[in-house]
Design a protein around this ligand. Structure first.
Ligand code: ASP
Ligand code: MG
Length: 455
């Protein structure tokens, strides 16, 4: 059984964490590949350094790089290892210098600067594994994860990546070695460094797992998987043993941040189960994400929420039966570059309302008033209003599909908790019911729905 293990930023963020990661790798039998993120905070600091350099402040950029060097040096010292980091450091220093000279940091340059984080972490983890008696091999993903040239959010070319992964990782695995691979980065066919988007190390791990046909992908993070609700809101929230890819997608869309399902898609599509586990509590069972719906009898599996939003309502009797009206409204949101999180229209068509980030709600109202000036003048549209702050609360679960009475239970629970529901939407996939409530009611709403379905 071949296993790909991915360790996130906090899981490699200190000597103590890396020791735990090493123990986990050693305890994993069979061929294995390790994928690592940059240490926690490093990618952000590199972005800051790049920004400082682009302002022409080469000194600030250098200070940040020095600080990063010290941080990583301290971790290596504490682990008693001597990874070769000087080449990566000097290359990054040179990049920052040229950015400072040019006063410009292109996405392509930023990707090269960002690669420092994963390259250094990979070397430290590899050295730590070797120090613990594991035959570890440093593996720079730019040698086999082939991507397009969308710097900052590159997409893999799976056919080429598969070919090169076999060529690179195959021989190492055959020798009983454990390749340690940089997450987050790849390269164009002609070798220019790219990154796969923020949080992209999960994506790297899924790409590697799919490419080598691994039997499982274990994603080690700092929480014990996906919970039935945010434990800061619901004290008795529980970890979910299994969720489907579709459920994971809904949950992350509505604010549950454990994984971005899009990033594990290559593994899920290849039928490789993805397990989310806790480096700091490795005996916890974690959550398995699979393509299929695990039939566990649950109805609402998880309740999640997202606050700090604004509800925009366009209202007026003259809107009903006018084709193209909704198109006009959403052309405006698109032109303003505002992403819409939830939409609801009454069937009388007298109003259409939608939820957007609070910060863009007022601007959007202004834009809508301009686009709809004629309709407003004729009173076909009565008004465009914004209600903020609101929150979206979403109940998610494939077991809701085709189960009658779910909505009644959701709204009954909210009614008893005295939560006023402002707007409702249900996707026709029936795996989520989402509702807008006032931001101050958000936690009460989550608790009420959670209590109703997890008794
Ligand atoms: N280091 C990268 C980031 O912070 C990738 C990752 O952590 O997954 O976005
Ligand atoms: Mg990370």
């Amino acid at each position: 059984m071949t296993t790909v293990l991915k360790f996130g930023g906090t899981s490699v963020g200190s000597a103590e964490a890396i020791r735990r990661a090493v123990d986990i790798v050693k305890a994993t039998e069979g061929p294995r590949v390790v994928v690592v993120s940059a240490t926690a905070g490093t990618t952000d600091l590199l972005a800051e350094a790049a920004q400082a350099a682009a302002r022409g402040d080469g000194e600030a950029a250098n200070r940040t790089l020095t600080e990063l060097g010290e941080r990583h040096g301290a971790i290596a010292r504490e682990l008693g290892v001597h990874p070769g980091m000087s080449e990566v450091v000097s290359r990054t220093a040179a990049l920052l210098n040229s950015v400072a000279v040019l006063h410009e940091c292109t996405p392509r340059t930023l990707d090269a600067i960002w690669s420092y984080g994963e390259r250094v972490a990979m070397r430290i983890v590899s050295a730590a594994l070797a120090g613990a008696g594991v035959k570890a091999g440093e593996c720079d993903a730019t040698l086999f994860i082939v991507t397009d040239d969308s710097f900052g959010s590159a997409s893999p070319d799976m056919a080429r990546t598969r070919e090169r992964s076999h060529a690179r990782l195959g021989p190492m695995l055959a020798l009983g070695m454990t390749p340690v691979v940089t997450g987050f980065i790849g390269a164009t066919p002609d070798g220019i460094v790219t990154t796969l988007g923020r949080g992209g190390s999960d994506f790297s791990a899924a790409i590697v797992a799919a490419s080598i046909g691994a039997d499982r992908l274990l994603i080690y993070t700092d929480v014990s998987g996906v919970m039935s609700a945010d434990p800061r809101i619901v004290a008795d929230a529980r970890p979910l043993a299994a969720i489907s890819y579709a459920e994971a997608s809904e949950l992350s869309y509505f604010g549950a941040k454990v994984i971005h399902p899009r990033t594990v898609r290559p593994a899920v599509e290849a039928g490789i189960p993805v397990r989310i586990l806790n480096t700091f509590a490795p005996e916890d069972p974690g959550t398995t994400v699979t393509g299929r719906t695990p039939a566990d009898g649950s109805i609402v599996k998880a309740t999640t929420s997202l606050g700090g939003l604004g509800l925009v309502t366009v209202q007026g009797a003259g809107m009903s039966g006018v084709p193209g009206f909704a198109a006009k409204v959403f052309d405006t949101t698109a032109a303003e570059g505002v992403s819409v999180l939830m939409i609801s229209q009454s069937s009388s068509e007298n109003s259409i309302c939608f939820v957007v980030p609070q910060g863009s709600a007022e601007r959007l109202r202004g834009a809508l008033e301009r686009t709809l000036a004629r309709e407003l003048g004729r009173h076909d549209v009565e008004r465009v209003t914004v209600e903020a702050p609101v929150a979206i609360v979403a109940a998610v679960g494939e077991g809701m599909r085709g189960t009658p009475g779910v909505a009644a239970r959701v709204f009954g629970a909210l009614g008893r908790a005295k939560v006023n529901v402002i707007a409702i939407a249900q996707g026709s996939s029936e795996l989520n019911i989402s509702l807008a409530v006032a931001d101050r009611d958000r936690e009460a709403a989550v608790r009420a729905i959670h209590a109703e379905f997890h008794r």
